[in-house]
Design a protein around this ligand. Structure first.
Ligand code: FE2
Ligand code: FE2
Length: 156
């Protein structure tokens, strides 16, 4: 499968710095997995397993953080978005079953597909709440702007 290494640029910003950083980090983790574990003939199994586990953990963490945010800002399509997150995880899990088995090569080959699934979520689905944040920031009464929609995310 063809893989073009891409970096997320600021045109995909959702307007919250830490989320943007997480998106960039996710894509960069996929790139690293592809370049270091798939393209090279000599690959360390442990290195690959560690890389894919870190990607999945970080992805789960990211989705959790995003859901906290969407709930906090009362995003009208919160439940749909949450369902899309479940679908992304379910999609990735289809390939994760190969981890640690004789067919691990299948998982390695799926890195471009996994990256595209994550990328699509960021560039299509996450745009919806990004637009919501943008619109709300634009029309929120001036005295509510700071408390209403944060430009940085503080959980807890
Ligand atoms: Fe996201
Ligand atoms: Fe999302």
């Amino acid at each position: 499968m063809e893989y073009n290494v891409i970096q997320l640029d600021n045109s995909y910003s959702v307007g919250i710095e830490s989320i943007d950083e997480q998106h960039k980090q996710l894509i960069s983790m996929c790139n690293n997995l592809y370049l270091n574990c798939y393209k090279k003939d000599e690959i360390s199994q442990d290195f690959f397993r560690q890389g894919i586990s870190s990607l999945i953990s970080f992805m789960r963490y990211h989705l959790f953080v995003e859901e906290q945010l969407l709930s906090r800002i009362a995003f009208p399509e919160f439940h749909d978005h949450k369902e899309e997150h479940s679908n992304v995880i379910e999609f990735i899990n289809r390939y994760l079953v190969y981890l640690g088995t004789d067919e691990e090569e299948q998982l390695k080959k799926s890195i471009p597909t996994i990256r595209d699934c994550i990328l699509k979520h960021i560039t299509v689905s996450d745009r919806k709440y990004a637009n919501y944040i943008h619109t709300m920031n634009r029309y929120a009464p001036w005295h509510m702007k700071d408390s209403y929609l944060p430009t940085e995310l503080f959980l807890g």
